[in-house]
Design a protein around this ligand. Sequence first.
Ligand SMILES: [Zn+2]
Length: 692
Amino acid sequence: MNTSNPLLDFSGLPRFDLFRPEHVTPAIEQLIAEATEVVNKLEAPSSDVTWDNFVIPLEEATERLGRAWGIVNHLNHVADTPELRAVYNENQPKITEFFTILGQNEALFDKYKAIRAGAEYANLTPARKRIVENALRDFRLGGAELPEDKKERFAAIQEQHAAISTRFSENVLDATNDYKYVVENEADLAGIPDDAKAAARAAAEAEGKAGWQFTLHFPSYFPVLQFASNRALRETIYRASATKASDAGIVFSELEKWDNTSNIAQLLRLRDEEAKLLDYRNFAEVSLVPKMAESPDHVISFLEDLARRARPFAENDLAELRAFAKDELGIEDMHAWDVAYASEKLREKRYAFSAQEVKEYFPEPKVIEGLFKVVQSLFSVQIKLDEAPVWHPDVRFYRIERDGQLVGQFYFDLYARAGKGQGAWMDDARGRRMTTGGILQTPVAYLTCNFTPPATVDGKLQPSLFTHDEVTTLFHEFGHGLHHMLTEVEELSVSGISGVEWDAVELPSQFMENFCWEWDVLQGMTAHVKTGEPLPRALYDKMLAAKNFQSGMQTLRQVEFSLIDMHLHYDFDPNSQQTVQQLIDDVRQKFSVMIPPSFNRFQHSFGHIFAGGYAAGYYSYKWAEVLSADAYAAFEEAVEAGGGEISAETGRRFQREILAMGGSRPALESFKAFRGREPSIDALLRHNGMNA
Ligand SMILES: [Zn+2]
């Protein structure tokens, strides 16, 4: 093995100190060649297929490739350079090709079937049984069981589907980029914040135009809808946004070239055909096979129940907003383009506090200390600063120990900087497993955020100040990290978040967010940057009240999207006369409190389900919220029983039944083992201020 290439050194943590872009291609080529050689050997017919002689060598060969590529992928997201991007783009197709071919390899599929049918199976651990079952399921859903002629059609469907999905998002992007609306008179911009105005001015200037230019990019158009007191301007921008990439053609007739109508129809037809090839009645059934929800009917009744419970609150939200718009803003007949504007004014009036004011109570060191304290108390672990090679001087590295034993490690890369991708996420650097040599490989996580770095104020370095949203994001990502690091499973494919159903994967992350709303926790993790005072109770009460502002309307909106998605893939016949728009109108008639105007074509830019992985899966957001809220309610019950929110007993149980188990058993079983019953929707309603 070429040990001078740091990407080929698997003895410990990634060697970020030695990494250079020129290491990528030789390492990836060598690892693909090695993995291919292993696969070729394993393909050979054999009468004796066992866990040890088949699954283990296959996992080890692909793990090395996955880990090396994981480092490249991570650096590409957090430390992008032209050189790195070039080698990333050069090698990415090779990785995709390797794993795609692997997923359709019939010889390997047969070996898994042999293990399933063999005498050894009964004696495998539950985690190993689950790995075999998952592999068989994925091969089947990938079309590996189809007869030759159907297999060809299946592959053609995949190809067409990928191409049309790409066209769908390109149309959205092109329509977004193409739209430009110039406002010539500054008086027409009344109410819009200075930073949004300055951006619009700069956009116009860049194209040598006078005035202020607005586009359909969110940071450009949303401040108009939210703040512009000019109603006609709001309507113009709303119409443009709501008809984007559609047939509605209200704004520009030439936008028709980006019309997604036929792409939507074709995608739905291809999915329907794929489902029938695989012997399912519809695509929703296929989508749910690897998920926690049992059936489309199960999902629909969950969503309809949520809609029924949220409806009175949504009606109330809307009535309040209408009254406020009429009495205080002089808007007699509220339209879709008035909603964000009126809501913002109502919010300001009711909960007068600024995000800036809150921020001063959340200096970074205090927040991190508070986060660690919660985690240490809940899960009986210790978090300590550790050392490892990193990719940027701002990155910190920590270890988690229990009773002096190493449990896991993580990188904290918290600040925004050039060359780093947007948003916040958790990624795994290494998964937990017992190696064949009997050595335990502990898990390692990357935790990446994009917060404001510390700044020098009046000649003094001031710590980074987090908004409450950022604090919540930090807790959320740390929840994913805990799922990865506190696992006790020894099989890589189902340890930590690996193998967890994706409608359940947000449980630990959303669960952790709850602590950011606990008064007792907040007091310990706030200290005003100037006075050192903890967060005042009055400010906390306002934050809490604002948290549930219009939660009824927001819940119904999410339910509406989820139901549209589910019905389109379940009881909608894409080959019939019924149109997508008719189905959408129908769902809205039944469930929405405020029906959007007839020209609204939000589905034409609904990338989640037409260009992302969320087809018949959009419900997952609300589904996981039910699980996380209900799990958190166990901690609230511990308080009622006389303890604190940070109940170590409940925390240990949460760890044992949910975090430790990872993907080694169905999420529903883990949940029931923790709660002693099926999930209930009550806690989510209560947390959203919608108690019956
Ligand atoms: Zn998440």
